[in-house]
Design a protein. Structure first.
Lengths: 573, 187
């Protein structure tokens, strides 16, 4: 097979320590006394618990419902009783608590009804939904929900599907053993990914220190008549980083803050392909995974472990030596000491290393940076760790971002080679989490400001509306008053004009009469307008008593006026 | 003759450049004071009024005019004072109040009588509810300004410090631990 391989810059070759745990086949771990299943085991939304204390659950039964699209469901790892839904210490460097479902196994390990599916009969959307409901996440360590990566880009044609079996971190052998023993199911799982993404070719990258795994995969591929290519890549840490493996296999360099799908490449871990096949073709949710238990133990081995198994119980199976003083989750390069040995195994747990001072001597004291540049030479992302360290240490976070701190994958190569033993990655993690926190605060402040300004605007608008309403009410009242007054006035005017008409000489021409009438009408109008303006001044803003008084006067006037007129007529007569 | 030509050329140059400057001063006129915006973006936007000004923007304006000190904002903390000092080139001063951990208000919904007074007091619209209906505070929107506490007639609002969770946990600044040398067997 002639596949041209490429190189990524940098990288280190730490002692691999892999052979200890590959001598024995995979061993199913016995049921622990109780299982602590954290609900948040994936990147994205925290699943909501759907069981209550006292509920009987079967193996594979849903206990946590996916929250949102980028989230994956959580299932009961065995049959038993839910004895608590409570917070529990997490396998996380913070040592903080999070919500877990605690299950007491009944010992029968009874599966719920499983319905195998033929994914060829399903639409891609249905397959993705099934993967989400069966809790399939990236088992390489990032635990990103797999269904979220299975939508082919509409603009860029999918060229390569990369399956990551590199497993570059020292001590870890779970993917190696999985490929050796369960290669066929992995290949079938890759088939699902291939059918969903329709890539031009499928490349399986395996480091050349795992010839047995590569051979097993090749046998499985030919047995299943697939056209996948197994490529053995040079053993160089961190060849198993997604961007590094893509670079080695395809020569494509994924730019900063872009996704590999923009270049027509997608990458999955071998264990993810395996669980995807188990979920679709066997109806088995992700309730267990392979965990390498190694380090300071008598019998290092790979175990098939139920999610939620307390780590100390698992470690006991490998018989830790007397001087073991802690558990390292993950490898020695990127892993961390768990805060409590009773924390549960989660989907991200690929390896437990029994820690002892002899195996991992305490780091010598940090010395000043001599700017030798050794860290920049090994950085697989071609960053300048010494500059980022300088600014992270000074808490000048803007500058760290100018040096692209967010492209750092925290592989630990720089810390590994630093002659001054500076924990560079710790500084970068510190700077990153500070930047994130500030970003969150900034966003919260901005949205608070927007809401405050909107509230102010609203208050002002309401005030203006109120004032306008008041003014309108006052105007309406004034107009009403004026109308009343004018109505009474025009009545009296009409009376006088009628009298005037009667008094006018009868022999006058109709024309003249018309003109006169018009003139009189105009005069009336003028008078009314005058009165209106005059009245508007002193009848504005009257209170109820005054209005009543006015009305009474008005009524008397109505009575008196005709009387006065008639008495005048009588006198004349 | 030559001298008049020189004067004419200089005058022409002055007219052209003057026109360009005049045009630029109208075309590229800066609306408002950009310094106020910069100060405002550092302030935490809680709108709590603890600085003695009715909101963050008025305080920013007062700082820009030189009327107010930069250490009057308790929610911004000493870090906020530091950043204001960096921006304005002023001396860093200790905060003029005690620094409190970030908290949010929580309504005891059983005690709430639905008077809407807290809704009117909230400057950032973080409280929802209606007259004679239970009110509640949206925890993601609450800035912890405490302005809703005094108007509540039944004292059903309390402040709770935001707990540290895995989602908001931050990596610590690396420090070299100084440990005593173990003597004999480790305890």
């Amino acid at each position: 097979m002639l596949t041209q391989l490429f190189k990524f810059k940098g990288g280190v070759k730490p002692p691999t320590h892999k052979t200890q745990s590959t001598t024995q086949p995979i061993c199913p771990a016995p049921l622990p006394a109780r299982l602590i299943v954290p609900l948040h085991q994936n990147i994205g939304g925290t699943p909501r618990p759907v069981v209550q204390v006292g509920d009987k659950v079967l193996k594979g039964q849903l206990i946590g419902e996916a929250d949102g699209w980028i989230s994956a469901a959580i299932h009961a790892p065995t049959s038993g009783t839910v004895i608590a839904v409570e917070t529990h210490v997490q396998p996380h460097p913070s040592g903080l608590d999070a919500l877990c479902v605690v299950i007491e196994p009944d010992g029968r390990d009874e599966w719920m009804a499983r319905t195998p599916l033929d994914y060829h009969a399903l639409t891609p959307a249905q397959v993705r939904e099934h993967l989400q409901q069966f809790g399939v996440v990236g088992l390489g360590g990032a635990v990103f929900p797999t269904h979220g990566k299975l939508t082919a880009s509409k603009t860029v044609a999918m060229e390569e599907l990369i399956i990551n079996g590199a497993e570059c971190e020292p001590f870890i052998t779970c993917d190696d053993l999985l490929m050796r023993e369960r290669a066929e199911d992995i290949v079938r799982g890759i088939g699902i990914f291939r059918d969903l993404l329709q890539p031009d070719k499928v490349l399986i990258g395996i480091e050349d220190n795992k010839p047995e795994a590569a051979a097993a995969m090749r046998t499985a591929i030919s047995a299943l008549n697939e056209s996948f290519t197994v490529v053995q890549v040079p053993t160089l840490y961190p060849a198993g980083g997604a961007k590094q493996l893509i670079r080695v296999l395809t020569g494509k360099e994924v730019p900063a803050s872009r996704r590999s799908t923009d270049l027509g490449v997608q990458c999955f871990n071998v264990a993810t392909a395996y669980t995807a096949w188990r979920a679709i073709a066997h109806g088995e949710a992700v309730v267990s995974r392979l965990v390498t238990v190694t380090g300071n133990v008598e019998k290092p081995r790979n175990f098939d472990v139920l999610i939620g198994t307390p780590m100390d119980e698992l470690l006991r199976l490998a018989q830790p030596k007397a001087d073991t003083d802690g558990i390292l989750m993950g490898g020695p390069m990127m892993g961390f000491l768990v805060p409590d040995v009773q924390v549960p195994v989660v989907k991200a747990t690929n390896c437990l290393i029994a820690h002892s001072p002899a195996l991992f001597p305490p780091a010598p004291p940090e010395m000043p940076c001599i700017r030798c540049g050794a860290c920049a030479e090994v950085c697989p992302h071609e960053l300048q760790p010494f500059e980022m360290y300088w600014f992270a240490r000074a808490k000048n976070f803007g500058k760290t971002q100018e040096y692209h701190i967010f492209d750092c994958i925290e592989c630990g190569c720089c810390s590994f080679v630093c002659p001054s033993h500076i924990p560079l990655v710790q500084y970068f993690r510190f700077a990153k989490s500070e930047i994130w926190a500030r970003e969150r605060e900034k966003n919260a402040a901005d949205s608070a400001k927007d809401r405050f300004e909107f509230k102010q605007l609203r208050d002002e608008r309401e005030k203006a509306e109120k004032a306008e309403k008041l003014a309108r009410a006052a105007a309406a009242q004034a107009a009403k008053k004026a109308a009343e007054a004018s109505a009474s006035a025009s009545e009296t005017e009409n009376n006088t004009s009628l009298a005037a008409q009667e008094n006018s000489p009868g022999d006058a021409l109709a024309n003249e009469k018309e003109i006169k009438k018009a003139a009189i009408q105009a005069a009336i109008e003028r008078a009314r307008a005058q009165r209106e303006t005059a009245q508007a001044k002193n009848t504005d803003h009257l209170n109820a008593d005054q209005q009543q008084e006015l009305a009474a006067i008005e009524a008397r006037r109505q009575v008196i006026q005709p009387q006065a007129a008639s008495s005048l007529d009588e006198n004349q007569a | 003759m030559e001298i008049t030509l020189a004067i004419a050329i200089m005058a022409l140059g002055a007219i052209v450049l003057g026109a360009a400057l005049g045009f630029a001063s109208i075309k590229f006129k800066v609306e408002g004071d950009p310094l106020i915006e910069k100060i405002d973006s550092i302030l935490p936007q809680t709108q709590c009024g603890q600085c003695g000004y009715p909101g963050c923007k008025p305080y920013a304006e007062a700082i820009a005019k030189g009327e107010a000190d930069i250490n009057k904002c308790p929610p911004g903390g000493s870090e906020g004072v530091q950043r204001l000092a960096d921006l304005l080139g002023r001396e860093v001063k200790p905060l003029d109040a005690e620094e409190k951990p970030k908290a949010i208000a929580i309504i005891d919904e059983a005690t709430c009588i639905g008077c809407t007074l807290c809704i009117q007091a909230c400057p950032v619209d973080a409280i929802v509810g209606a007259a004679k209906q239970m009110h509640t505070i949206l925890p993601t929107l609450c800035t912890g300004c405490e302005l809703c506490l005094p108007p509540c007639p039944v004292e059903c609002i309390r402040m709770e410090v935001i707990p540290e969770t895995i989602d908001n946990w931050k990596w610590r600044y690396p420090v070299v631990e100084i440990k005593p040398v173990p003597t004999g067997k480790a305890a």
